[in-house]
Ligand binder design. Structure first.
Ligand code: HEC
Length: 472
């Protein structure tokens, strides 16, 4: 399989939309909530009123759910603003928590995950019983129950599996400055070379990122770039990067709003990370090949909106898990035909002042299949991505006969929680299928038509895809 074919087959997608965007990944701890809820239903209910209705207590009914699904973030030193591992704090936050779980804004898991639209691995979604238990406990006045100390937060699954090798790479300590451009008002997008220290092809099977500063680092993408690939008349990726790098000799790295720098042409995007994401492990048996001689380039999106005064220098660490071989090699793509309109004369815009304005794009998979000479593609994971005006997103596979398969639905977009969603089993794309994505925006906060772009004040309608060619 030659990834270059995929570039020519899907030129806009790969040439132009392998770009800056806040991206996310999957979570690793298994969802045991239904189990826990069933458990709590049998052991955690007390009849506190002496009447007919059994009411769950905190320690017997709710805490097991919290420790399993909330406490990894809601603990002392965690990323959430309050703890849920002690009764007093949980009681204070009971009403808000009941609301958050009912509206499915917590735990952060943006996709509809009740079986009606895709089915996802490592789901964070709470089952209906767990939600009912939390709501019933809150409604009943938060009875405490019998204190217990045998609960522990579900550990985050790590990257290391004891078999694969971990490669660790760090960006230089870099103090970002807001670019202040139309596309990056309070942001800086900067690229750095990461050195994997490996003189051979690498097969990546997973990754994790330590941002260095949670408030500053909004996403990290790692592109693999063939430095000898021609990107213009007499100019290679390597030349292009050297020229960009020379523009600011007093600062590390180079500006890179687009991909690994304007005009560069990466082979793929093996790492896409956003805050709140643990280790991302590619689906079982799959991997992504970075050919020997490729450069690994980290694009770091710094957002200075939350920073008072000058930003401190921050070094970001990327850890990649690599295998000697994998059963099936896949590639990452970041199609966003909305963004592509920036390069097509008159860019598409979103009307300002609207409660709901849609942008829909669709592409046919046939040219891609023809280029690979394969009957199908297995879509293993999706990464929905919009910016601040984003409200909801939906992806469907439209089949030849007019029938549709729901691929992913994000009913309530939240820019702060961008995750890669991997399917429990891949979605097969075959001849005649097309991929259709509809993004809905709330532009009431905008006074002028919203342009596509990479800054957080512009919009995108992107569906990252991890696809593996199917040979039969
Ligand atoms: C992956 C980390 C994470 C997990 C898991 C998580 N939270 Fe949160 N939670 C946060 C963060 C961070 C915030 C701060 C606001 C934000 O960023 O959305 C938050 C905010 C909240 C809030 C404030 C109001 C709101 O809705 O934003 C409530 C209530 C809440 N969480 C309840 C829960 C409950 C209950 C669970 C488990 C069932 C849970 N959270 C699981 C990270 C998490």
């Amino acid at each position: 399989m030659n990834l270059l074919h995929c570039r020519t087959a899907w030129p806009l997608a790969l040439l132009l939309t392998a770009i800056a965007s806040s991206l996310g990944g999957c979570r690793d701890d298994a969802d045991q909530n239904d189990e826990l809820a069933t458990d709590s239903a049998s052991t955690g209910m007390v009849d506190s009123t002496g009447g007919d209705v059994a009411v769950p207590t905190f320690w017997q009914g709710v805490a097991p759910i919290y420790f399993d699904s909330c406490v990894q973030c809601h603990r002392a030193g965690g990323i959430a603003p309050f703890v849920l591992d002690d009764y007093a704090s949980a009681k204070t936050w009971a009403t808000a928590s009941a609301m958050a779980v009912e509206q499915r804004t917590m735990p952060p898991w943006l996709v509809t995950d009740d079986g009606s639209c895709g089915s996802f691995a490592d789901s964070r979604a709470l089952g209906p019983e767990a939600i009912a238990t939390i709501v019933a406990w809150s409604d009943a006045g938060t009875p405490e129950g019998t204190v217990r100390d045998d609960l522990a937060a579900a550990p985050l699954a790590g990257l290391d599996d004891g078999v694969n090798t971990i490669i660790e790479m760090a960006s230089p300590a870099f103090a970002p400055i807001a670019e202040g451009t139309e596309y990056a008002q309070t942001d800086e997008y900067r690229c750095f070379v990461l050195d994997p220290g490996v003189g051979a092809d690498t097969l990546i099977t997973g990754y994790e990122v330590a941002p260095g500063n949670d408030a500053l680092v909004h996403h990290v993408l790692v592109f693999d770039v063939d430095p000898s690939l021609e990107v213009g008349p007499g100019e290679t990726n390597g030349d292009r990067i050297a020229a960009l790098d020379a523009e600011s000799p007093d600062r590390d790295g180079w500006p890179c709003l687009g991909a690994a720098g304007d005009g560069t042409d990466p082979g793929g995007v093996p790492v896409s990370w956003a805050p709140g994401q643990g280790a991302t492990r590619y689906p079982e048996g799959t991997g992504y090949r970075v050919p020997e001689g490729s450069m690994l380039i980290a694009q770091i999106h710094y957002n200075l909106a939350a920073i008072d005064g000058e930003a401190p220098p921050v070094s970001t660490t990327v850890r990649m898990r690599v295998a000697p071989s994998v059963e099936r090699e896949g590639f990452f793509d970041l199609p966003d035909p909305f963004l592509d309109t920036l390069f097509e004369g008159t860019p598409a815009t979103l009307e300002a002042g609207q409660e709901a304005v849609d942008y829909t794009w669709e592409f046919d998979v046939d040219p891609l299949l023809a280029n690979f000479g394969i009957p199908g593609l297995d879509l293993f994971g999706v990464l929905p991505h919009m910016h601040g005006y984003g409200r909801s997103l939906r992806f469907d596979v439209v089949h030849d006969d007019g029938t549709e398969t729901c691929g992913v639905e994000v009913p309530q977009w939240d820019f702060d929680w961008q995750l890669y969603y991997f399917y429990t089993s891949p979605v097969r794309l075959t001849a005649g299928d097309s991929v259709r994505v509809t993004c809905t925006y709330d532009t009431r906060g905008a006074t002028e038509a919203v342009l596509p772009g990479w800054g957080t004040n512009n919009e995108m309608c992107l569906l990252g895809m991890f696809v593996v060619p199917a040979f039969e």
